[in-house]
Design a binder for this molecule. Structure first.
Ligand SMILES: [Zn+2]
Length: 687
């Protein structure tokens, strides 16, 4: 049953109507108190028994259970395994046992907990023939089977409600370095006043994204397990009370949070499994109204996650890898998202949903009839005993020891698809499964089986359209190159020309080359976001407060007049402001230069190369901070050579190093010398 569909009611109601106490086993200690408080507020006697209780508190709880007053007793699996608790429960009048989050039993699931494996034997100790109910909101057919087996309840009645959340819109976009952050800011600004959650994988990312949103005027707060308890509680409460619009969180956030009007869930990082993805996206639109599930994806993130798993035991590592591959397959597939998701959870939608990005966008398709036949034949010829990878290698005619040892190179389908690549064949196999023409073996994970429709398709095939996978790397590239080519038009060209003219005027008055005042990219940015206050101007790349004070006034007047005359709504809400905190490295550099330490030594101290150090210093001075490195320049060149460089930069059209090197060829300067001098020049004249 999906999250929010009323799972708890399935055991709460019988617990109230039956005699005795129902035991509810739940792994979420943090939520037990909430659940118990809620029940108590309805006048139902409920308690919890876990490690957070003191001795006297737990004695009081036990007293009420023994007296037959308690209807529901929530227990953590760790507490359940304690001998004294088992003895106590044995003597109590227990109505039944409910196992919440039952997928934790299965090592095939995404949230395996070893102590859950012991539950069955403990229930047996507590009482003979105790009724048992197990509940979960995320379980693939494999996990469902595993739960039933482990609890020895394969004969039990199975109730499954549809996992389909029809009000959720699923979308996957390519993840690109800086553009994705910009996209998220733009997106959130377009959702004014609505509640949303952004999931990131690491605490560090959570902090970074939350800070970024805050400096861009978005009411956001972070949430992760590393925060102080009271900060975490405050941020969560602020989100629930709508003091905060956006919560940026690791997956630690959301368990048991019942905010009905979350309008969007963004995955900045790809989750570790489709179960996790489904659970997290499930927190959107609990009230049945709109819910946008937006994930940013790139394959690199999958690779990164795989690396995290390398220290796990072999078995767990292999399972984690399978989950990740399913996640990647979902993201890259152009099949209806809902169809793919529901198929993963063992449900057949039968048709495309019309309400996901893959349904909305036109996509490249091809007639897959022949390829589907090849795939089904290959599974049949190999006696339904092999996984997708093996079938693909065989169809592609890749001879290896494994294939030869089974004589698979002698089969009719061997090499039949060698003209098409591995991705093509995997796409075909996945879609053949989604259309129900092949099945996955639950017993032997990953093994492909014929379905009840396979034979009839072999006899009477019909055309089926297969859609090509998304190529996210290509998409990312084409988007960024498109954006690059658009950049020329992205800014207000008329304003840009006016700003350039102003720069020329100012340069003339100050007797400086124009680039020293502001560089072209800074003017372009001004002509994009129309800063009209000193603070806004200081946010432009390469400007900073120092430059605003020195050169900013006339530029601000010009922009203000232009904005007024042309009735422009300033677009400062589109620009991504980076959080102003300087990195530690930069602060160290500034401090050491103040103490006149040689640059070589600073580089040494920081364990970076000279070139990297110069790059850091360039960033510092181009954002408007003054640095005095005369002490160093005097060490490395005499006055005469300083004059040559000074004259060059004073008259040059640009401060580009390459052009300087070409122009100064005869004087035999090293690149380092030119760069160092340029730092002095910009710092002296521009800042
Ligand atoms: Zn769809």
């Amino acid at each position: 049953m999906p999250t929010g569909a009323g799972k708890s009611l399935c055991y709460q109601l019988p617990a109230v109507s039956k005699n005795g106490t129902a035991i509810v086993i739940s792994p979420l200690i943090a939520l037990m108190k909430n659940q118990v408080d809620q029940l108590n507020s309805f006048g139902i006697n409920a308690h919890f028994l876990n490690s957070t209780l003191s001795k006297s508190e737990s004695n009081r709880v036990k007293g009420e259970v023994t007296a037959g007053l308690t209807k529901l007793l929530y227990v953590a699996p760790e507490s359940l395994t304690k001998e004294e608790n088992v003895q106590f429960l044995k003597n109590a009048d227990i109505s039944f046992v409910a196992i919440d989050e039952a997928h934790c039993i299965s090592e095939w699931g995404h949230d395996f907990r070893p102590e859950y494996r012991k539950i069955k034997s403990i229930i047996a100790q507590i009482g003979e023939n105790l009724p048992v109910i197990a509940l979960t909101a995320t379980a693939t057919p494999k996990v469902q089977q595993d739960i039933q087996r482990n609890l020895q309840m394969e004969e039990a009645d199975l109730f499954k409600s549809s996992f389909n959340r029809t009000n959720l819109y699923y979308e996957v976009r390519p993840k690109m370095k800086n553009d994705t952050k910009k996209e998220i800011i733009k997106y959130i600004k377009s959702q004014k006043g609505k509640s949303g959650i952004i999931y990131c994988l690491s605490r560090k990312k959570v902090t970074e994204i939350a800070d970024l949103l805050k400096v861009n005027g978005i009411n956001a707060a972070p949430y992760h397990a590393g925060l102080d308890g009271h900060v975490r509680v405050k941020n969560q409460d602020d989100f629930l009370n709508e003091e905060v619009d956006v919560i940026v969180a690791t997956i630690a956030f959301g368990m048991g949070i019942d905010k009905p009007d979350v309008r969007y869930v963004i995955h900045y990082d790809v989750p570790k499994s489709l179960e996790g993805y489904y659970q997290e996206t499930g927190r959107a639109g609990r009230d049945g109204l709109e819910g946008h599930c937006l994930m940013f994806y790139r394959y690199e993130d999958i690779v990164k996650l795989e690396k995290f798993n390398k220290d796990k035991p072999v078995n767990e590592r292999e399972n984690a890898k399978v989950l990740l591959q399913e996640m990647a397959a979902y993201a890259e597939s152009s099949v209806c998202r809902r169809r793919f998701l529901l198929h993963y959870f063992g449900e057949n939608l039968g048709k495309d949903c019309g309400f996901c990005d893959n349904c909305k966008k036109s996509k490249e398709t091809f007639d897959g009839q022949d390829d589907i036949l090849t795939v089904i034949k290959a599974v049949k010829e190999t006696n339904q005993r092999f996984s997708m990878d093996h079938i693909v290698s065989m169809i592609r005619g890749e001879k290896d020891d494994y294939i030869e040892s089974y004589d698979h190179d002698k089969l009719s389908t061997f090499g039949q698809g060698k003209d098409k690549d591995t991705i093509h064949w995997k796409t075909v196999i996945r879609q053949t499964m989604i259309y129900g023409l092949l099945d996955k073996d639950i017993e032997n994970y990953g093994v492909l089986l014929l379905s009840d429709k396979s034979e009839s398709y072999l006899k009477e095939p019909y055309p089926i359209k297969i859609s090509k996978n998304h190529n996210f790397e290509e998409m990312a590239e084409s988007i960024s190159s498109e954006e690059l080519s658009n950049m020329g038009k992205a800014y207000d060209e008329k304003l840009f020309e006016l700003l350039k003219a102003e720069r020329k005027k100012v340069a003339k008055v100050k007797n400086l080359p124009p680039y020293v005042i502001f560089q072209d990219p800074s003017l372009e940015e001004m002509a994009t976001v129309y800063p009209t206050s000193k603070e806004e101007l200081a946010q432009i790349n390469g400007v900073g407060m120092g430059k605003v004070a020195k050169f900013g006034a006339s530029f601000l007047r010009l922009i203000e007049k232009y904005v007024e005359e042309n009735e422009i709504i300033t677009a400062s809400d589109v620009v991504v402001k980076t959080s102003g905190t300087r990195s530690k490295v930069k602060i160290t550099i500034i401090q050491q230069i103040d103490r006149k330490i040689d640059l070589d030594e600073i580089a040494n101290n920081l364990n970076i190369s000279m070139s990297e150090l110069l790059h850091e210093i360039e960033q510092i001075i181009y954002s408007g901070t003054k640095l005095n490195i005369n002490y160093y320049i005097q060490n490395i060149m005499d006055d005469e050579r300083e004059d040559i460089l000074h004259d060059y930069f004073m008259t040059a059209d640009t401060d580009k190093i390459r052009e300087a090197m070409a122009e100064l060829e005869e004087d035999d300067f090293s690149e380092e010398e030119v760069r160092v001098y340029r730092i002095k020049f910009i710092s002296d004249h521009a800042n």
